[in-house]
Structure formats: structure tokens, C-alpha cells
Design a protein around this ligand. Structure first.
Ligand code: C2E
Ligand code: MG
Ligand code: MG
Length: 776
């Protein structure tokens, strides 16, 4: 059994089969009349049948039924061959037994080839037409030269004669299938060659029989069987070779209209009727009629062939033109053709009139998140649906193109009012949720708009510039939040350049030690004593001096540098805390608060890395707080959720930074293991002066206490703010009132446990309301 054979042996079986085939062919040719010849033929035949059963199954050839048919066909051929010499001379209907076996074999072989060809997608119109032309010619020749004479032989049962005359016609049909295979195959693996050798063997053998048959014999000599011997071996080899799996794989050549190989087969076929006409010129009228009909049929087929070739050519050309100018996913025009379209629009606009060419660059917000959480298939579907809606929503005169993963481009000619109306139309596309797969996605788009007056001379330049400016404006819109739109103005160019310069400089800063960490105290409002500190990154540029984080952190986030920066700040801060703890600079419960960006929280190994650092610097997890923005929880993937839970399990505090500026949805505060919130500076600023701010802070505190969360107020600058905060129940605060962020050395000097209390933070005495909820 091949399945229990070691792979090396299994791989060599086809070579063994080849060797057996050569030996048996030699024996059969040399001693065709001896019993040894018959015995070796039986051995070879049986081996072949077994090979057809087991080989394809072993290598996993598809479809399994095809090779089963081939195995049975081989068995039937073998039976036919073996019994023919014996049954030929017996009384009717016994001689037909051999034919029943061979006939069934042919039918199965034909079915086998057909199934294979269909699986290969080789039954291609051109190849079939070519095959049919050759078939008609071969059928004509074999009918006139072999079948008719054989069938006309008297002195034996008519049925027998007719059957003998039919064999060559079987071969013609098989030839059609084999020609199909040969014309459409790209590679010639061993199994394919085996199959062709088998077909040639069958063909030669059948032709030999047919030629003998013309003289009235059904069976003359065992020598007639010689061509079948290698045919058996060849099909065995085809079945055993690993390349048997390739036989049914679609790997066909793109059919060329004409090729030399095809002409070499087709030209003789087309000439044949004329040759036959010459040869049998004096023959019966039915012969000439047959020749005429076949010739006409061939001409018709040839015509079909020519028409079909032209059609295919035209279709291919249209297809490639469409592909060159359209996006394959949405079938919308692509960037290149949109550029040409815009160029054309620019030439049509009168530069002195009120009309302008408006170009809209649209980018989906959070598309990456859809792709990451639901997979690229869903992302593709979303893009298709957005493309469909945009096309349906925009007026017909407005071209819509897809120019990138989730980017679309629209162009419009008209005045400003019309242009802004189109923005509303575009927005309308995103008002309803987009059905994708078995879910619905709510998504928005950032839109950048650029416009220009007509300039027929410089239309190409203008078109490119418009698309580039719309892109710049789109990035600006995106930076302002999701779902925004912005009209380009020239100052944006300057900002883009500045941004690129900063990014380059930031990369150098990371490598060149220009970054360091500063610490700002977080104090207990009541006592003014520090309970912790926030670690904040500082960048000292050699020429430009100190660059504020508000300027470079967004750039770092966009460029991915934030991970490296975040890691640097965190490691340095934890190291520093370890030192302070060992030197007794800070109390046991003193904690450091570190900012973590969304990108860092999407790194699955972050908890592991942090726990390693805590161990390394001897810092307990309770002494670390991680600050994140609300967007982390609103936009976060399942990875982020897992990371947050693991960090919390570790024991670290998790704080929501700048609370109140973002979505301020309560749901996520319960869903994620957050331990506290930091009320954004913007609410603290108005405290004591603005009633609304007072109310907001009061509400945040009440809500936080209800959820068991700690509260820290950010940006406390005045004693008034501090008192108001204390009054509404805020326990801890951070701000310039107690001190700005300073380098580690300075922080230690100022806030050393044993150092005298600084002057500013006196206990708040004016507040009588002492029964408040407190945490930390
Ligand atoms: P943040 O996390 O909300 O940090 C507080 C910011 O408010 C700091 O600005 C701090 O210097 C400032 N601040 C503190 N007290 C006062 C005050 O009384 N009045 C005023 N007007 N401002 C005060 P900074 O250092 O410029 O940092 C800005 C933002 O940059 C931070 O906001 C944070 O989002 C980000 N950032 C800073 N360092 C890092 C870092 O290492 N990693 C990450 N991912 N982001 C960082
Ligand atoms: Mg912060
Ligand atoms: Mg903050």
C-alpha cells in the first residue's frame, strides 16, 4: 500500500513503473507469441490498474472520481486485449465480448479526459473549435479510409463489421480531448507526458488494428498489441508521479489567437479534404458528398474560430482599458483617470467667472480599526458600500473616484454655495450605518477641499496641485477630529513642511539623547503634600530650544515614534522612582503617573514589559499610574481591552486623562478597569468664576464617587481654584500652584520627604465641609 510506504519509496514508484514498462514492452515485442508475453502484459496491466486506484489518492489528486474511471477503463482495456484472440473465432455473439470491454473502456477514458479538462478549465472555446476542426478532418479520413472499407467487408456479421469500423472514430473524439489538453497546458509535468504517451500508444494501436481491419481481419497477430503495452505503463506512471495533482489544476495558457503549433495541426487538417478528393476523385458519389459536407463544416468552424478570436481580442482590450482606468474593488475611476478628468474640468472653467473647480479628498475615519477588528474582507466591503453610496448621492456630473485604501476623490464645477452643498451631500452618505457582513458600522469621513479657477494652459499642473492641496486639507481636517471638513489655504503648505521637518528632527532627538523626563507633583489638596508625580517628556532641541509636547506628541503619534518615546519616558521614570524609593526621597505610597498612547496600549506584550521593568527597578505596581485618553477605550480593539485588564491585574492604577474633553461616555468607565479620572484643565480654569464649570466638576466628582473612581484635578493655578475643588470633594490636584514639571534632581530637592513644606500649599481652613468622600 503506498500509504504505508516510506515517502522516499512512494516517490520512486513511478520510476519503478517506468522500468517495468520498458522491460515488459521489450519482452512483449521480442517474444510476442510466448506465454511470457501474455503473463508480463497481465502483470503490467494489473499494476497499472492498482496504480490508478492508489497513486492519485496518495497525492490527493482531484477529482478522485476521474482517476477511478481511468482505473476501470484500464481494467476493461486489459480484459479486451486478453480475451480478443480467444473470442474472435467463436460463434456470435461471443466475439462481441472483447468489443463490449473495449467500448466501455473508451467511454470511461473519454469521461476521464472530459472531467480532467473541465477541472483544468481547459474546455476553452478556441481550443474546442480547433479540436473540432482537426476532428472533422480526422473523422473524414478515418471514415473514408478505414471505417467504410471495414464495415463493407462481407462474410461476417454486419454488426461486427460496423463495430470494427467505429474504433477509429473513438480515437478521433479522444484526439479532440487530447488536443485540447495539449493546446491549453502551460507546463509539461511527468504525469501530463504519461497521459499523452498513453494516448499516442492507443492511437497507434487502434490505427494498426483499423488498417488490418480493412483487409477483413479483426485480429491478426499479438504484435498489433505492442503499442498498448507502453500505453499501460505510461498511464501507471502518470498516476504514480506526484505531479498527478497538477493534472486537474487550472493552469491553462491564455489561448493565443494563432500559434505555429496550432497551425502545424490545423493546416494539414484543412488541406485533408482536398487531398481526399484527389485520392478518391473517382469514388462513389456518397464519398464526394461526405468530403464536401466535411469541408463545409470545417470552413464554418474556421469562421467561428476567427470571429471568436476577434471577439476575445476586443473583450480583452476593453477589459485592460477598464482595468487601467478603474479601481478593481469599487469599479470607480482610479487616481490616474480622475487626474485626467480634473484636467479637463480645469480647461472648461472661465477663470474670470464665479465658477471654480472644487476637488474633495475624502478619507474614512477609523478605517484601520475596522480592518484590524473585523478583517480586510469587511474593510473591503465597507469601501465598496461607501463607494456605492457616494456614487449614488453625488450628482451624475460629479466624478467620484477611489484613489487609495479608504480614500475617495470627487470633483465639482460651480460656485462656493454649490460646493458646500456637495459637502453636505457627502456627509449624508455617512448618516446611516453601513451594513457590512452581518453587522453595521457607523463611520465618518474627513474631507479636504481645494479649489482653483480655470487655467487651460496649465490644466495638468492645476489638476495635480488641486489633488495635493485637497489631500493636505484632508489631513488638517482629520487632525481636528473625526467627520470634519476643511478648505485648503496656502498656510497649510508651510505647516506640512514644518511637520515633516519636526518628524525628522524627532527621530534624531530619540537617537541623540535630546529627550528627557520632567516630574510635576500631584498633591493632596488638603495638606499640599505630594502623593505622586506625573512624568512628562521634554525635548531640548539643540537649535530651536525647548519644543512643547503639544507640538511633537501628535507628530510622534502619527509617525509611530510614540511607542519609542513612551517606552523611553516610562523606563526612565520607573528607574527614577526606584532610586527615589531606595534613597527615601519619596514615601512608600508615592506613585508616578505615566502617559500611554493608544498605540502602546495596542501592543499585546505591554503588561509583560511593564511587569519586567517593575521587577528590575524594585517598584510595586501600585506605585504606577497609566494615563490614557478616552479615545483608547472608545476606539480600542479587543487587544487594547485585554492589555488594560492585564495591567489592572498587575496592580497598576489606570487613569482617564483630560476627562471631559472627549466622549465622556459613562459606559466605558464601567466596562474597562479604570481606577480614576483626571478632570481636564479647561474645566478647572473657570472654577469659582463660571457656574457652569462648577456644575460640570461637581457632576464629574459625584459620578466618579458613585463608580468608586479617584479624581485628580489638572491645571490648578490659583488658590481660588484649589478651594473650589476641595469644596466639591476633589481630593488630589496637579498644577502650577504647586509647581511645574521639573527635572528629577530639582524635584527631589524640592519635594524630599524631610524637606520643609513649600510655602504655597497651606491647609485649606476656610472649608468646613469635611464629611466628603475621599479616596487615595
Ligand atoms: P497631559 O497628560 O494632560 O499633561 C498635563 C499637561 O498640562 C502638561 O503639559 C503639563 O505641563 C500641563 N500643566 C500642568 N499643570 C498646569 C497648569 O497649572 N497650567 C497649565 N496651563 N498647564 C499645566 P505638557 O507637558 O506640555 O504635556 C502636554 C501633553 O503632552 C500631555 O498632556 C500629554 O498628553 C502629552 N505628553 C507629555 N508627555 C508624554 C509622554 O511621555 N507620553 C505621551 N504619550 N504623551 C505625553
Ligand atoms: Mg497626562
Ligand atoms: Mg491631562
Amino acid at each position: 500500500m503506498p500509504s504505508v510506504l516510506p515517502p522516499a519509496v512512494a516517490r520512486r514508484q513511478w520510476q519503478i513503473m517506468t522500468a517495468i514498462g520498458v522491460v515488459v514492452t521489450a519482452i512483449y515485442t521480442a517474444w510476442s507469441t510466448s506465454p511470457l508475453a501474455s503473463v508480463s502484459l497481465v502483470v503490467l496491466g494489473v499494476l497499472t490498474v492498482v496504480a490508478c486506484f492508489l497513486g492519485p489518492r496518495r497525492w490527493g489528486a482531484e477529482p478522485p472520481a476521474a482517476w477511478l474511471m481511468m482505473a476501470v477503463a484500464a481494467l476493461l482495456f486489459l480484459i479486451g486485449l486478453l480475451i480478443r484472440p480467444t473470442v474472435t473465432d467463436l460463434a456470435m455473439p461471443l466475439p462481441l465480448l472483447a468489443d463490449v470491454a473495449s467500448f466501455s473502456g473508451y467511454v470511461l477514458l473519454g469521461a476521464f479526459l472530459f472531467v480532467l479538462l473541465r477541472a483544468r478549465r481547459s474546455l476553452e472555446r478556441h481550443a474546442v473549435l480547433d479540436g473540432l476542426i482537426v476532428c472533422v478532418a480526422a473523422g473524414l479520413a478515418s471514415t473514408l479510409l478505414l471505417a467504410v472499407p471495414a464495415a463493407a467487408i462481407a462474410g461476417r456479421p454486419a454488426l461486427l463489421s460496423i463495430i470494427q469500423g467505429t474504433y477509429p472514430l473513438f480515437d478521433v473524439v479522444l484526439a479532440l480531448l487530447v488536443i485540447n489538453l495539449a493546446f491549453t497546458t502551460k507546463t509539461w509535468p511527468v504525469s501530463m507526458i504519461g497521459l499523452l504517451v498513453m494516448m499516442v500508444g492507443l492511437f497507434v494501436g487502434d490505427t494498426a488494428y483499423a488498417i488490418v481491419g480493412v483487409s477483413g481481419h479483426i485480429y491478426a497477430s499479438p504484435l498489433l498489441n505492442v503499442p498498448y503495452v507502453p500505453a499501460f505503463a505510461a498511464i501507471g506512471v502518470a498516476a504514480l508521479h506526484p505531479s498527478v495533482v497538477e493534472m486537474s489544476r487550472a493552469g491553462r495558457l491564455p489561448v493565443q489567437a494563432w500559434s505555429w503549433q496550432r497551425l502545424a495541426v490545423l493546416v494539414p487538417a484543412l488541406i485533408l479534404p482536398f487531398g481526399l478528393l484527389l485520392a478518391t476523385g473517382s469514388g462513389a458519389a456518397t464519398h464526394r458528398l461526405l468530403i464536401a459536407v466535411s469541408g463545409a463544416l470545417m470552413v464554418v468552424l474556421l469562421l467561428f474560430r476567427a470571429i471568436s478570436a476577434v471577439q476575445a481580442q476586443v473583450a480583452a482590450q476593453l477589459h485592460s482599458e477598464h482595468q487601467a482606468t478603474h479601481d478593481p474593488l469599487t469599479s470607480l475611476p482610479n487616481r490616474q483617470s480622475m487626474s485626467t478628468l480634473i484636467e479637463r474640468l480645469v480647461t472648461t472653467v472661465d477663470s474670470h467667472g464665479p465658477e471654480r473647480v472644487w476637488v474633495y479628498m475624502l478619507d474614512l475615519d477609523g478605517f484601520k480599526w475596522v480592518n484590524d477588528s473585523w478583517g480586510h474582507d469587511t474593510g473591503d466591503q465597507l469601501v465598496i458600500e461607501v463607494g456605492r453610496r457616494l456614487r449614488a448621492q453625488a450628482p451624475e456630473t460629479v466624478p467620484v473616484a477611489r484613489v487609495g485604501g479608504d480614500e475617495f476623490l470627487l470633483a465639482f464645477v460651480g460656485d462656493k454655495a454649490g460646493a458646500l452643498r456637495l459637502v453636505d451631500d457627502i456627509r449624508g452618505c455617512f448618516a446611516r450605518p453601513l451594513p457590512v457582513r452581518d453587522t453595521e458600522v457607523v463611520i465618518s469621513a474627513s474631507i479636504g477641499i481645494a479649489h482653483a479657477g480655470g487655467d487651460p494652459v496649465r490644466s495638468a499642473v492645476t489638476a495635480e496641485a488641486l489633488m495635493r492641496d485637497a489631500d493636505t486639507a484632508m489631513y488638517r481636517a482629520k487632525s481636528e477630529g473625526p467627520g470634519r471638513s476643511t478648505i485648503f489655504d496656502t498656510s497649510m503648505h508651510e505647516q506640512v513642511r514644518e511637520r515633516i521637518e519636526l518628524e525628522v528632527a524627532l527621530r534624531q532627538a530619540l537617537a541623540g539623547n535630546q529627550l528627557h523626563v520632567a516630574y510635576q507633583p500631584i498633591v493632596r489638596l488638603e495638606t499640599g503634600m505630594p502623593v505622586g508625580a506625573e512624568a512628562l517628556v521634554r525635548w531640548e532641541h539643540p537649535e530651536r530650544g525647548s519644543i512643547p509636547p503639544m507640538l511633537f506628541i501628535p507628530i510622534a503619534e502619527d509617525s509611530g515614534l510614540i511607542s519609542e518615546i513612551g517606552t523611553f519616558v516610562r523606563t526612565e521614570a520607573l528607574r527614577q522612582l526606584g532610586v527615589w524609593r531606595s534613597q527615601g526621597v519619596v514615601s512608600e505610597s508615592f506613585y508616578l503617573s505615566v502617559n500611554v498612547s493608544p498605540r502602546q496600549l495596542s501592543e499585546p506584550d505591554l503588561p509583560l514589559v511593564i511587569s519586567g521593568e517593575l521587577f528590575r527597578f524594585g517598584v510595586p505596581a501600585q506605585c504606577v499610574a497609566l494615563e490614557m485618553t478616552e479615545s483608547v477605550m472608545v476606539d480600542g480593539s479587543s487587544v487594547t481591552a485585554r492589555v488594560l485588564h492585564e495591567l489592572r491585574q498587575l496592580g497598576a492604577k489606570l487613569l482617564v486623562d483630560d476627562f471631559g474633553t472627549g466622549f465622556s461616555a459613562l459606559g466605558y468607565l464601567r466596562q474597562f478597569p479604570v481606577t480614576g479620572v483626571k478632570i481636564d484643565r479647561s474645566f478647572v480654569t473657570g472654577l469659582g468664576k463660571n457656574d457652569q464649570d462648577d456644575e460640570i466638576v461637581r457632576a464629574v466628582v459625584a459620578m466618579s464617587h458613585a463608580l468608586g473612581l479617584s479624581v485628580i484635578a489638572e491645571g490648578v493655578e490659583t488658590p481660588l481654584q484649589r478651594e473650589a475643588l476641595y469644596h466639591v470633594g476633589v481630593v488630589n490636584g496637579q498644577g502650577w500652584l504647586w509647581g511645574k514639571a521639573v527635572p528629577a534632581q530639582e524635584f527631589a530637592e524640592r519635594w524630599h520627604l524631610t524637606a520643609a513644606l513649600p510655602e504655597v500649599p497651606l491647609p485649606v481652613t476656610t472649608i468646613t465641609n469635611s464629611g466628603r468622600h475621599r479616596r487615595d
